[in-house]
Design a protein. Sequence first.
Length: 269
Amino acid sequence: MPPPPASSSTTFVSTRSAVLAGVRDISPVVLGMAPFGLLAGIAAIEAGMPAWGASIFSTFVFAGAAQLAALDLIAQDAAAPIVIGTIVVINARFLMYSASLAVHLGAEPARRRLGVAYLLTDQAYAVTIARLTENPRLAHRVAYYTGAGGLLWTCWQGYTVTGTLAGAAIPDDVPIEFAIPLVFAALLVPALTDRATLAAALTSALVATLAADLPANLGLLLAAAAGVAVGLTTSVRGGSFERQQAPKPGGQPLHDDRFGDDSGEEDAA
């Protein structure tokens, strides 16, 4: 769903309206995440975690791909450094996301940026950067991002909790461990959109195959690291990360008449 066009009005929309717009824009994505969140909760139970432990784990990690990979390793009794290292490598992509958002959020106070960094996910980044790319001078950008990321976080935690309850009710003789590789396969194919992602996927597959016999599932960690390195190198050489000039916020509002303006919270241009 494309974002609405920016208004030429000099009256800025309220923070509340920006939050609601972020919630609306990410809602279709959040609904599609339900099967993965449920699987994350079920996988936690299969890995031997109690329901409360699974909830804490989901809150602390809050990264679907990293959660599933870590839970798969935990179920296989992998060493703690391997599990932690895998989470770090898989989540390394957030360094690129945060650098991209910093171009647009650099003028915000550091305390505010640190406060919302926890909400950074693939989906929250995608909807936010789409808005900011269309209108680099968007007003109340942090509120918009917080609305999108906040709804995703709330629903993801709900999905995983529901999954833990469902997982506890599944008989032990029902094999569900195969579902995690299938989920990753389903996520991989749509993501192969350019040369960098294809290079990363092929590199990871090759390294994982060659390193499959390494102890403590070290091959998975090496494959993830190699894929990230090759993908990033290919992107840089292809010019995907050209330096941009940081825009100044406040020129055009995020305007959506469906939410209306709160005249008591208007800003001057």
